[in-house]
Design a protein around this ligand. Structure first.
Ligand code: ATP
Length: 269
């Protein structure tokens, strides 16, 4: 059993305000969902069951992990995280026992958020997924999700780029109660994310004045790419001995990011 799967991770102080581009409607929906977890008695009086599982799906780098961390913080819960691929084992029973151990540790701790990224590696459609071991591991996950009570203080959050690959049994309400689409940000969303990642960085006046334009011109960029844009520009400024990001640093970073995503696309497909 890899300890890393079952130990709570120290949670960075991420709040919902650190996740840009969610849109008012989605934020409202998330807050409503969380309020049923924070006040289970009140929710019960209203006949509402707090969710046991939430799915976040959308392209890479759009903030699904960030959102899971913000939710854990909002709930004041311990945060257990693992990648779906950490459960793929050739040895008999190891994947299933990892799943059991993860839920066991979280239940002992409670309240806790269990976050599984790349959940398609663990909960992919059984037929396509193949392999007896993978099937046993998925069955154990379903058993664990069914074994929990909606008010036992455990929230399961799964993330994927491939919702279409997930097994239908996994997606059933009572296991996954809400699915949130986390898309690539639109212009307004990119502007929010640019604000988040440029905050605390010294920007030359013309850079500061061009942030609206930057949001307009970065269509197709993910939050992760926008974050990397400002990191690259900062590093470039430091390298050239400046104490502020200048327009040419940002242009350099833009070129690098665009090149980076082009080569990634070429490699991937
Ligand atoms: P993947 O599907 O590849 O696992 P993800 O959707 O989980 O990606 P994150 O790991 O949350 O994406 O994003 C990586 C980093 O990019 C974050 O730590 C953050 O710095 C930045 N980022 C991504 N999306 C956002 C966002 N919506 N708002 C603010 N920052 C973001």
């Amino acid at each position: 059993m890899k300890n890393s799967v079952a130990k709570p991770r120290p949670l960075p102080s991420i709040t919902l305000r650190d996740v840009g581009g969610l849109g008012e409607e989605m934020k409202e929906e998330i807050l409503q969902t969380l309020s049923t977890l924070k006040e289970p008695e009140r929710a019960a009086k209203l006949g509402i069951k707090p969710p046991k599982g939430i799915l976040l799906y959308g392209p890479p780098g759009t903030g699904k992990t960030l959102l899971a961390q913000a939710i854990a913080r909002e709930l004041n819960a311990d945060y257990f995280s693992a990648s779906g691929s950490a459960f793929n084992e050739l040895f008999v029973g190891v994947g299933a026992s990892r799943v059991r151990s993860l839920f066991h540790s979280a239940r002992k701790q409670g309240p806790a958020v269990i976050f599984i990224d790349e959940v398609d590696a663990l909960a992919g459609r059984r037929k396509a997924h193949g392999g007896e071991e993978a099937e046993k591991t998925l069955t154990e996950l379903l058993v664990q999700l069914d074994g929990g009570h909606s008010n036992d203080g455990i929230l399961f959050i799964a993330a994927t780029n491939r919702k279409d690959m997930l097994d239908e049994a996994f997606l059933r309400p009572g296991r996954i109660d809400f699915s949130f689409h986390v898309p690539l940000p639109d212009t307004k969303g990119r502007r929010e994310i640019i604000d988040i990642h440029s905050k605390g960085k010294s920007l030359a006046k013309d850079v500061y004045a061009s942030l609206d334009e930057l949001a307009e011109s970065t269509s197709g960029f993910s939050g992760a790419e926008l974050q990397s844009l400002f990191e690259t520009a900062s590093r470039r400024a430091v390298q050239s001995g400046q104490d502020m990001i200048q327009r040419h640093d940002l242009d350099y970073a833009l070129d690098r990011t665009i090149l980076g995503s082009t080569s990634r696309t070429l490699q991937d497909y």
